[in-house]
Design a protein around this ligand. Structure first.
Ligand code: NDP
Length: 328
């Protein structure tokens, strides 16, 4: 009955894509009554593999999946899309310096920003999962001058979910009892998972756990290094949880966050909490009627302030590097 939503996914033949596409097709992103049209972007060498994924998608016989188009031209694939999940990014290869990585991804995300600017739908919403996600989002929005910057976001929801999982394990409680977790800053080792506003039900976490050693030596490093732990255990990266978090991010943005709770999203800074404008940094956000809002007026202690400032400095360095490369 409702109009289909056109959803673009890049890097669609990759590991995250393999999990993500089936979740979107089954209705996990926009709910059980909204049909979707998938538009899948890949680099040319990955198109044959992507054709195999499309066969599997069709074989899912998903009632909500109206159509699937694939291609390697962002202008064509992004034409008229309402949502873009930018997953594909250049991984760090052997001998590649950080500068090489920023350069390769700068080329990808500036081209994709331009293509979205030229052809996406008026209500476009973008989430960048491909790393370095925050700076890739900044590059895309800078190359899409006709789209409000606020429509470009990056994924820190996986870090948020990992933090909830660690806290639930510590408190021996289900994740659903926890609320108001926050990830601040960059989706990188410098991210700051902040439990000082978090609660179990209505009880403050700081009252339940008063253990700075656990916070600094266990909780924060475990959350920040979880990706590496999964690679070590599984022999490949954390693709299903990254896909799941990407769904969570966009679904909550579009359909809204629960009352009394918030989520973490990397969004263009409006200067809130002293975070410099002109970067895409993670904040606590609520969403309603398809618009997110940074949660105002939280108190930050000195420990939190220092951690946030350190992650923001890293984002400013990344911005400086891509500015010098000419992508902004
Ligand atoms: P994945 O699908 O595993 O990962 C894709 C991106 O997501 C990477 O940048 C990865 O970062 C990032 N990521 C973010 N969070 C996580 C997480 N928790 N765990 C793992 N990755 C995370 O990579 P694949 O190599 O399997 O697939 C990438 C696909 O993208 C390939 O098929 C490639 O052809 C395609 N691609 C498409 C482009 C395009 O459409 N124009 C451009 C470039 C590539 P990290 O590298 O840090 O792990």
């Amino acid at each position: 009955s409702s109009t289909p939503i056109k959803v673009a996914v890049t890097g669609a033949a990759g590991q995250i894509g393999y999990s993500l596409l089936f979740r979107i097709a089954s209705g996990d992103l926009f709910g059980p009554h909204t049909p979707v049209e998938l538009r899948l972007l890949e680099i040319a060498p990955a198109l044959p593999a992507l054709e195999g994924v499309v066969m599997e998608l069709l074989d899912g016989a998903f009632p909500l999946l109206d159509s699937v188009q694939i291609g390697d031209n962002p202008e064509k694939v992004f034409d008229g899309v309402n949502a873009a999940l930018l997953v594909g990014a250049r991984p760090r290869g052997p001998g590649m310096e950080r500068r090489d990585l920023l350069e390769a991804n700068g080329a990808i995300f500036s081209a994709q920003g331009k293509a979205l600017n030229n052809g996406a739908a008026e209500d476009l919403r973008v989430v960048v999962t491909g790393n370095p996600a925050n700076t890739n989002a900044l590059i895309a929005l800078s190359n899409a001058p006709d789209i409000p910057a606020s429509r470009f976001t990056a994924l820190t929801r996986l870090d948020h979910n990992r933090a909830l999982a660690q806290l639930a394990a510590k408190l021996h409680c289900p994740v659903r009892e926890l609320n108001r977790m926050t990830i601040w800053g960059n989706h990188s080792a410098s991210q700051y998972p902040d439990i000082f506003s978090a609660r179990r039900g209505e009880q403050s976490i700081s009252d339940l756990i008063d253990d700075q050693h656990w916070l600094e030596q266990e909780f924060i490093p475990t959350v920040a290094n979880r990706g590496a732990a999964i690679i070590a255990a599984r022999g490949s990266s954390s693709a299903a949880s990254a896909a799941s978090a990407t769904i969570d991010h966009l679904r909550d943005w579009v359909l809204g966050t629960p009352n009394q709770d918030w989520v973490s999203m990397a969004v263009p800074s409006d200067g809130s909490y002293g975070v410099a404008e002109g970067i895409v940094s993670s904040f606590p956000c609520t969403a309603q009627d398809g618009e997110y809002r940074i949660v105002p007026d939280l108190e930050l202690n000195d420990f939190s302030r220092a951690r946030i400032d350190a992650s923001v400095s890293e984002l400013l360095e990344e911005r400086e590097a891509v500015t010098q490369l000419g992508f902004l």
